[in-house]
Structure formats: structure tokens, C-alpha cells
Design a protein around this ligand. Structure first.
Ligand SMILES: [Zn+2]
Length: 245
């Protein structure tokens, strides 16, 4: 994958304009945080890439203090590594983290799927069917971002039906942390078409009220994601992603 970062002007836009100046401090932190998070998740900032704070501050029209706050927030989410007296870098893709996230998701998502499948209302099933239909369109349109969004919707309809708010919150958190890996998955492998086939199978099992089948299929779905990511991580490790600076 070509780093778009390399295509950006070295010193960023020069029009450090009034837009930034009107924002209050809190908003500036949020703006910087949202932007950086997006760049990390979509791969514009590469794993291992050093973050030039002066450039980022200019480019995002924020001063160094809110930028540092945004970086701290990203560090707490393990998206960047920030050590005192050293430049912050985008966290490398980590096999340990992949295992941690996906093994936890495997257990919790299959549990929520099992409980949820028994409690799905007809309205839930209709919404799941709609989500699958829209996924089909996203696959045909070659739109992995839209597919990822609909994937989340599909799974959460099923999991929410379980009514276990704590487990549901944890899964949301684990899935948010997985997002970065899911995007790699979409970039490196065409995983969407395969996921769609599995979603149809899950939906049919839900309609049939085959609770054990739903549990098994959702577990398989998460494990397949894990196996694909293991493969991507090992391919990336051998091709050696190197920071630009
Ligand atoms: Zn899925």
C-alpha cells in the first residue's frame, strides 16, 4: 500500500486561517483527535510512522497543547505510542493485540449471538434482512467503508437483542479497537464478499431459530477474521513496513 502521507506537502497548508481560531479548546482537541484517528484507521498514517507535531499542528490549525491532548487520548486507545522525550509514533500492527481483540470477541460475540438469536423480534429480523440487502449493494459498488458500517449494524442488531448491556458495551469497545485491523482486511483482502455469504447464513439460522447454529456460525465468522489478519500481519512483517522518517 502506498502511503498517502508521502504525497502530502512537507510543510502543510500555509493558510493557518481563522476557522481554527474560532473553536474553543475542547473542540480543538476533538477536531485533532477525530482527524488523527481517521488517518490512522484508514492507513493514511502508517503503522510505525513518526508523528511530526509541528506539521500536524499547522495542518490541523490547532496549537500544540490541544494537539498533545489529542495524542494522549489516542495513546490511551493504543493507536499511537507516545513515550516522554520521544516522538509519538503510530502503533505498529500487533499480533498480540489482534489475538487479544479477536479471542475476546470470539467468546463474547458468540455468546451474545446465542442469547440474542432466541430473543430477536420480527422487527429485528426485518432490520437484519435490510442490512444484508444493503451489504449486497455495497459489495457490488466496491465500497468497503459502507460495508464495514453495515457489518457493524447487522451484528449489533443481533447482539442488542440479548439484552446484556455490559457485555454489549465491551463488544462495542472491542469492535471499535478492531476497526483499524478490519480496514487493513478490506484493503489487503477482499473480505467483504465472503462476509456477506456468512451474514446470509447467520440470518437464515436466526429466521429458523437455530440457536446453536447461530452461535457456531458467529464464532466461525470471528475466527475467520482472526485467521485472515494473522496472515496479513505475517505478510506485512516479512515485507517490513518502515517508518518514512
Ligand atoms: Zn460480520
Amino acid at each position: 500500500m502506498k502511503a498517502e502521507w508521502e504525497l502530502l506537502p512537507a510543510d502543510g497548508p500555509t493558510d493557518v486561517g481563522p476557522e481554527g481560531a474560532g473553536l474553543d479548546y475542547r473542540t480543538k482537541v476533538d477536531v485533532a483527535y477525530d482527524q488523527l484517528r481517521e488517518w490512522i484507521l484508514n492507513g493514511r498514517l502508517k503503522p510505525g510512522q513518526k508523528l511530526d507535531q509541528a506539521w500536524l499542528a499547522r495542518h490541523m490549525r490547532v496549537s500544540r497543547t490541544p494537539l498533545r491532548q489529542a495524542l494522549l487520548k489516542l495513546a490511551s486507545e493504543r493507536l499511537i505510542d507516545a513515550e516522554p522525550h520521544r516522538s509519538a509514533v503510530v502503533s505498529p500492527l500487533s499480533l498480540v493485540e489482534i489475538e487479544d481483540l479477536y479471542q475476546s470477541r470470539r467468546v463474547l460475540e458468540s455468546m451474545l449471538a446465542e442469547v440474542g438469536a432466541a430473543r430477536l423480534s420480527d422487527a429485528d429480523l426485518r432490520q437484519m434482512r435490510d442490512a444484508v440487502a444493503m451489504q449486497d449493494k455495497a459489495v457490488r459498488a466496491g465500497d468497503p467503508d459502507r460495508f464495514t458500517e453495515l457489518d457493524r449494524e447487522f451484528h449489533f442488531l443481533l447482539y442488542r437483542a440479548a439484552g446484556y448491556v455490559r457485555a454489549y458495551d465491551i463488544v462495542q469497545e472491542l469492535r471499535a479497537a478492531s476497526e483499524r485491523y478490519v480496514r487493513y482486511y478490506a484493503i489487503y483482502k477482499d473480505g467483504a464478499a465472503e462476509s456477506l455469504v456468512e451474514h446470509r447464513r447467520i440470518l437464515q439460522l436466526c429466521v429458523d431459530r437455530d440457536i446453536g447454529g447461530v452461535r457456531h456460525e458467529v464464532e466461525h465468522h470471528v475466527v475467520r477474521g482472526l485467521e485472515t489478519l494473522r496472515q496479513i500481519a505475517s505478510e506485512l512483517a516479512t515485507s517490513k513496513t518502515r517508518p518514512d522518517q
